[in-house]
Design a protein around this ligand. Structure first.
Ligand code: FEO
Ligand code: CA
Ligand code: CA
Ligand code: CA
Length: 548
């Protein structure tokens, strides 16, 4: 067991940086002061390096731009120990180094969603068994896996004592003084989409489309609660309240213990991006990924607390953060009983105080060079916003606890820029912004949805930061049929990009009518997997040694 102090130094905390804690967001080592120097020194050299992207492709493979190659690290159903197997539909990944040279560590992986066709073999209309539901519950949550680089190959360490699964049946604490629906612990996490890490070395895994598993509680005009049924219908087998899901969940990767952070509000959390202030209080940004939902931030009032503090929601029309503090908002006092109810019904509370509807906020990252808060807004089809935007939110004086801000577009999706539907974001060592696209399975390559046809399969893109082509977007990878890339995360030396390939073949109507067979195993089943991408192009973009 490594001690917290050495763990933090592995994460680079406390090292010099021009902006507070950007190292946590560009990887696990703080090289930000180097970064700005390197970037300016190398700009001229970069002009002579051709950074070639690729054209959109529809193929059932991971296709890469010239100068990159990939290996599959771990796939759905792979044993990670004698007791556990890797889960389904992997999303957020995070590498936590356990060695000084960064070639040995723990990989956290989110498992966002199940798919009965593959996981439980349940077919709609058939009788359903509890064993089928239990298989689905095991397929979501997260995986912790020890990985090491041996002879230039990343490998999973089978049966490492750290290897474990978190699932929809794992018992979790709540970080709140009042029980939630009468309980002080909650069974399970699911819908784990993107996430984040904390300055104290734990993982944040975010419950996004929670309504798909135990439904949702909605309220009529008289404020009477009504249960809205879920798609997966787990509530037919387990009597867990909808209010137990839709939270940010913190997991200690060394112990597997976890808790749900009630103070951060309940909604379809895409991600949770933490910034630590000089006085050690934290600010947590999170987006609610649904049409016309909101961007939130929590500002703690005590060092390192995700419980004591205030939740705010963004008014992007007036550039203000609006408090969701029950004591300070008469409109909330009229509708809700107390702060706990405000947090459980955060969407309604946000609407009530005048929050600005957004185009499906997805991932959020802090720009390591400017300190701006960068937010992917993926699309809003009912408003004819098909291609999305990457937004910059500039806090007043770059103070993350400021209550005012401005916004401007960093990149706009569409034909001209060559991308559509931005989702996950990650900055590299040189400050280039890498992002994945998420054109939904039903729209991608669908002749009836002409807006997306030219973009073909989902991909991985980079907004170039330096040189004559600064601001240009290039595509550098293309996902297999129906899949999206998710969870981009760099290794500490920036030579490897860990990347999830989620829902290949997700549109398959049955095992006999598969739309993908990637990664082309003998059993012919499509398998969500984590891959590692390496190569000269990645090293050029990062200004790594051999290109300096
Ligand atoms: Fe799970 Fe909003 O993507
Ligand atoms: Ca996402
Ligand atoms: Ca991210
Ligand atoms: Ca998405």
């Amino acid at each position: 067991m490594i001690k917290r102090r050495s763990f933090l130094s592995l994460l680079g905390k406390g090292a010099a940086g021009t902006i507070l804690l950007p190292s946590l967001y560009i990887g696990c080592r703080n090289r930000v002061s180097e970064l700005t120097t390197v970037a300016s020194d190398r700009m001229n050299q970069l002009k002579s390096i051709v950074l070639k992207g690729m054209k959109p492709i529809s193929s059932d493979n991971v296709e890469l731009a010239e100068g990159l190659s990939y290996k599959t690290l771990v796939k759905w159903m792979d044993p990670i120990s004698d007791a556990d197997t890797f889960g389904f539909n992997n999303d957020f990944t995070c590498f936590i180094p356990l060695s000084d040279n960064g070639d040995d560590g723990l990989l956290w992986v989110n498992h966002e969603a199940t798919n009965p066709i593959f996981v439980s073999k349940y077919k709609r209309g058939d009788d359903r068994t509890i064993e089928q539901v239990q298989k689905e519950m095991y397929s979501v949550g997260g995986s912790i896996i020890r990985v090491k680089k041996v002879d230039d190959n990343w490998q999973i360490i089978h049966n490492d004592p750290y290897n474990r699964r978190i699932t929809a049946q794992t018992e979790l604490a709540i970080n709140w003084d009042t029980p939630i629906m009468g309980k002080t612990t909650i069974i399970g996490t699911h819908s784990n989409c993107s996430g984040g890490i904390t300055p104290w070395g734990t993982i944040l895994t975010c419950e996004e489309n929670y309504q798909d598993y135990y439904g949702e509680t909605v309220y009529d005009q008289n404020n009477n609660a009504i249960h809205q049924r879920s798609y997966a219908a787990w509530e037919d087998f387990y009597n867990y309240p909808a209010e137990h899901y839709g939270w940010v969940v913190e997991i200690d990767p060394l112990t597997g213990k976890g808790m749900k952070h009630i103070a951060l509000g309940r909604f379809c959390h895409e991600c949770c991006t933490l910034v630590e202030l000089e006085d050690k209080r934290v600010v947590a940004y999170s987006g609610d990924d649904a049409n016309d939902e909101f961007i939130y931030k929590f500002i703690s009032s005590k060092p390192g607390s995700l419980k004591e503090g205030t939740l705010y929601v963004a008014d992007t029309v007036n550039g203000k953060w609006i408090s969701l503090d029950y004591e300070k908002q008469p409109a909330l006092q009229e509708k809700f009983k107390n702060q706990t109810e405000v947090l459980i019904r955060a969407r309604e509370a946000a609407r009530l105080v005048g929050a600005s509807p957004q185009d499906r906020p997805e991932d959020i990252e802090i720009d390591p060079i400017t300190g701006h808060v960068v937010i992917a807004l993926t699309n809003n089809k009912p408003k004819n916003q098909y291609h999305g935007t990457i937004l910059k939110l500039i806090e007043t004086d770059n103070q993350y606890d400021s209550l005012s801000f401005t916004t401007e577009a960093l990149a706009t999706g569409g034909k001209e820029s060559g991308f559509s539907c931005p989702d996950n974001l990650v900055f590299d060592l040189a400050g280039n912004l890498w992002f994945t696209s998420d054109i939904s399975g039903g729209s991608m390559n669908n002749p009836k949805v002409t807006e997306y046809l030219e973009f073909k399969n989902n991909g991985l893109f980079v907004v170039l930061r330096h040189g004559e082509e600064a601001g240009k977007v290039i595509q550098i990878a293309s996902a297999p049929m129906d899949a999206e890339f998710t969870g981009p995360w760099f290794s500490p030396d920036y030579k490897t990009l860990f990347l999830s390939v989620q829902h290949p073949g997700g549109n398959s109507s049955s095992l006999n009518q598969l739309t993908s067979t990637w990664p082309h195993d003998e059993d012919g089943l499509p398998k969500p997997s984590v891959i590692t991408i390496e190569g000269d192009l990645l090293e050029k973009l990062n200004f790594l040694d051999k290109f300096q």
